[in-house]
Design a protein around this ligand. Structure first.
Ligand SMILES: C[C@@]1(CC(=O)O)c2cc3[nH]c(cc4nc(cc5[nH]c(cc(n2)[C@H]1CCC(=O)O)[C@@](C)(CC(=O)O)[C@@H]5CCC(=O)O)C(CC(=O)O)=C4CCC(=O)O)c(CCC(=O)O)c3CC(=O)O
Ligand SMILES: NC(=O)C1=CN([C@@H]2O[C@H](COP(=O)(O)OP(=O)(O)OC[C@H]3O[C@@H](n4cnc5c(N)ncnc54)[C@H](O)[C@@H]3O)[C@@H](O)[C@H]2O)C=CC1
Length: 221
């Protein structure tokens, strides 16, 4: 089994080609739409939902069978037809062009697979079984969803606002590192869970950062 390396792709404005227009293609397309990708679906038939997306102008639809040459200029490719030999041919062309490709009919034949995803604003949890059991990935994601609820989302929101202020105010690398470490040591998540956390406004964030700077400036010299 392949040793998969997880990455987080920013697909905004990137051309993603999906060959096939059925149930599976539809699922892969739906996250690409949310990502703002430039989506091209190649298939003689497409599902009702894909047709709606097409009519809304969210994707380009090439209404015919796949042909070699269709993957030119693609950033990412999904082979999602119900014809094994077509999916194989798509993978072959993508490999030739050095474009990452997802083979939905036989994961190991492609160069990437897609995990099950739980998303709460900035928090993204991706679960994969490396292809061993996609249903198990989905179930584990649901279980995680039940355990890490709104508390975590609030915590991530807090971290994000403090971190961006630190990046703006502090340019000394060592000091930044120190502040980020102290930030992770504040027991904010427990406070949120206990209902005792009051969100920090911009002034409180700045005050905390200034205090930490004052305390640690000496050792950074
Ligand atoms: C390798 C991988 C390649 C890839 O597609 O990237 C792959 C491959 C295959 N899936 C198959 C079947 C099903 N897959 C699902 C569902 C999902 N499949 C997803 C990912 C992956 N599926 C990648 C591995 C992920 C991992 O394990 O890490 C999810 C997580 C994410 C997504 O699709 O984006 C999404 C859940 C989304 C969610 O709700 O969270 C369902 C359920 C359903 O459709 O409702 C079924 C039917 C039930 C069953 O069989 O379990 C088959 C057999 C096809 C056949 O029998 O012909 C293959 C072929 C093979 O085994 O290689
Ligand atoms: N990776 C995954 O998560 C899953 C993968 N699968 C696999 O994915 C495959 C597709 O499943 P579904 O979407 O449910 O099938 P489907 O039958 O709903 O759709 C197949 C699509 O492929 C298109 N197609 C067929 N020949 C084509 C060609 N030459 N060029 C372009 N498009 C072509 C058809 O027009 C149709 O839109 C199945 O064969 C199955 O093995 C099934 C379930 C989950």
């Amino acid at each position: 089994m392949a040793y998969y390396v997880p990455v987080m792709l920013d697909l905004h404005g990137r051309r993603c080609v999906i060959v096939g227009g059925g149930h599976v293609a539809e699922r892969k397309v739906s996250s690409l739409v949310d990502a703002g990708a430039e989506i091209v679906v190649i298939s003689p038939e497409i599902s009702e939902t894909l047709r709606q997306r097409y009519e809304e102008g969210r994707l380009l639809w090439i209404n015919r069978n796949y042909q070699r040459g269709d993957l030119n200029e693609a950033f990412l490719v999904f082979a999602a037809t119900n014809q094994a030999e077509i999916n194989d041919a798509v993978v072959q062309e993508a490999n030739y062009l050095n474009i990452p490709v997802n083979h939905t009919g036989d994961g190991e034949k492609g160069s990437f697979i897609t995990p099950s995803v739980l998303r709460r604003e900035k928090l993204v949890v991706a679960v994969s079984t490396s292809g061993a059991g996609p249903g198990a990935s989905r179930d584990l994601c649901r279980t995680i969803n039940e355990h890490y609820g709104d508390d975590y989302e609030m915590y991530i929101h807090f971290l994000s606002s403090v971190r961006s202020e630190v990046k703006r105010m502090v340019h000394h690398e060592g000091l930044r590192k120190k502040i980020f470490r102290l930030l992770s040591e504040l027991d904010i998540l427990s406070q949120i869970s206990a209902g005792t956390f009051h969100n920090w406004d911009q002034d409180m964030i700045r005050c905390w950062i200034e205090e930490v700077i004052a305390e640690h400036q000496e050792e950074m010299r």
